[in-house]
Ligand binder design. Structure first.
Ligand code: HEC
Ligand code: HEC
Length: 334
């Protein structure tokens, strides 16, 4: 993306903003002045279910690399074994050493877990579009994606009739609604660290999550980096910290994708919509709202920003790649 094009887009955005200010009596214009932020929560209709318990988010950088061993030891028996894009290429080319390494990890072709599959196929893409990493974390850590605190842990939340309100997931004992939190141990340099640490659960979640990128094509990561690098770097920065070369001129500043709380609570569908529509919108479509908690919608959406609308610029396929580009800043890939 050339600076010229960006300038052109920025002035379009500014024009659109002025037009809104000029003509929307009692609408957006009466509430917003240039530079002033409105949170879209103003526009979110009442009656949406919010999360009562604050959604969890990782306190460090989750890592699909660390997640692989944890996943293989605890999850592959039900969800199947997966290979990285590079491993698939290496296997096809009969590269020496690869088979031995995979065997050592119990992941060689023909291993007992290779065909085992329940739940969604993590190697496909759309299973995660309406999920947030936070809800998947709760599902796996505590056995339900709707939980409530009990003592110093969480248990599945139930309705008045005593039935669970959320989706349930089997724990290490195979029982639906029991969690992996007190079972999974982190492997730190060959040393297993005590259970009840949230990070290894996050590692496993992001490992499963990232299978849906490497599962699509061996060069999927490259495509993702290309779309992000060519279009988003200028503002959001190479590392995604919101500190690209254009960032200093922009208020509110470009989003920092290392905001782990936001990244954990937002769905891919929301990010796709946000990337498509840009920083000038009046309301969030109900279909998108439904995929996220009220808290997440209210906290992170500035309705008045220089974020360009990419729907006329990038194809839908490129915008989904951009979603992954944004996500890639929030965890380590293998
Ligand atoms: C005993 C079998 C079993 C084991 C072991 C298991 N899972 Fe699951 N998992 C399931 C089933 C069954 C579902 C589908 C539940 C549903 O469709 O509602 C599921 C669903 C999921 C989902 C949600 C996918 C979606 O569509 O939203 C995630 C994420 C997940 N599992 C991760 C894990 C992780 C990580 C581990 C290891 C710590 C693990 N699972 C271990 C059986 C298992
Ligand atoms: C001209 C600068 C600029 C460019 C180029 C740009 N953005 Fe943004 N972006 C912003 C600003 C400003 C915001 C608003 C931040 C806020 O509301 O706090 C934003 C917000 C976002 C958000 C919402 C963050 C969230 O989680 O709520 C996403 C997602 C996003 N940008 C993705 C992208 C992607 C993907 C690209 C490239 C295809 C891109 N942006 C290119 C400036 C830019």
């Amino acid at each position: 993306m050339q600076i010229k094009q960006i300038n052109w887009m920025l002035s379009l955005v500014a024009l659109a903003g002025l037009a809104t200010l000029g003509c929307a009596e009692g609408g957006l214009g009466s509430k917003a002045r240039k530079g002033e932020l409105i949170q879209a929560s103003n526009e979110v209709p009442a009656g949406l279910e919010g999360t009562e318990v604050e959604a969890p988010y990782p306190l460090g950088l989750p890592s699909a690399v660390k997640g692989r061993g944890i996943y293989q030891a605890n999850c592959a028996s039900c969800h199947g074994t997966h290979y990285t894009a590079q491993e698939r290429l290496d296997l096809a080319a009969n590269k020496p050493g690869v088979l031995d390494r995979l065997k050592a990890e119990g992941r060689e072709p023909g291993n007992p877990n290779e065909k085992a599959k329940v739940g969604p196929d993590f190697g496909t893409r759309d299973w995660r579009f309406q999920r947030t990493p936070a809800e998947l974390y709760q599902l796996v850590a505590y056995g339900s994606d709707k939980v409530e605190p009990k003592g110093n842990t969480f248990i599945p939340r139930t309705g008045k009739d005593g039935k669970p309100l959320g989706r349930l997931h089997p724990g290490p004992d195979g029982r639906m609604g029991s969690g992996w939190m007190s079972h999974i141990k982190d492997d730190r340099g060959g040393v297993s660290v005590a259970a009840n640490d949230p990070m290894p659960v996050w590692h496993a979640i992001y490992y499963a999550w990232s299978r849906s990128i490497v599962g699509v094509a061996p060069d999927q990561y490259k495509k993702v980096w290309d779309v992000y690098g060519q279009n988003c770097n200028v503002c959001h920065g190479t590392m995604g910290k919101g500190d690209g070369p254009l960032a200093r001129t922009i208020v509110p500043a470009p989003f920092n994708f290392h905001n782990r709380k936001a990244m954990a609570e937002q769905t891919d569908e929301f990010l796709y919509w946000r990337i498509s529509e840009g920083g000038q919108f009046k309301t969030i479509p109900e279909s998108i709202q439904k995929t996220m908690s009220r808290t997440a919608l209210g906290l992170y959406v500035h309705q008045w920003s220089a974020m360009p609308a990419w729907k006329g610029v990038l194809t839908p396929e490129q915008r989904w790649l951009a979603v992954d580009g944004v996500r890639l800043k929030s965890y380590e890939q293998d």
